[in-house]
Design a protein. Structure first.
Length: 122
């Protein structure tokens, strides 16, 4: 009945020693694409050789911009397009408080220069 007890105790001791080992935390270096302002909820698309990022309204920067726009040629170096609003006039379905968030961008092959919204797709 207790023939497996020594093996079980050995396994439990090993598991305890593994879980008691100190955890080493490694701080990550900043890498990859960076937009150096408040640019929440980005949606990114590449058109020809240019990357475009569209971000929600900022609580801190560019408060009067509904949908922020940033561009990049290499996906690593981004330029925030100052005073550019991808949705300058809010449509009727927008919230009464004027807040716009979480834009989503998709290329429409039949109309590549048209920015589609969920309202005019659905």
């Amino acid at each position: 009945m207790f023939s497996h007890l020594p093996t079980t105790m050995c396994v439990l001791a090993m598991l305890h020693s593994i879980s008691a080992a100190p955890v080493q935390r490694v701080k990550r270096a900043v890498s990859g694409p960076v937009i150096s302002s408040d640019f929440p909820d980005p949606s990114i698309i590449k058109v020809d050789t240019t990357w475009y990022a569209f971000g929600s309204q900022s609580a801190y920067d560019n408060k009067n911009i509904h949908v922020q726009v940033a561009t990049s040629q290499d996906f690593a170096t981004w330029t925030l397009q100052q005073n550019v609003d991808a949705l300058p006039s809010l449509p009727g379905w927008a919230a009464d408080d004027g807040q716009v968030w979480a834009p989503d961008i998709n290329e429409l092959v039949s109309a590549p220069n048209h920015i589609a919204t969920k309202k005019n797709i659905c």
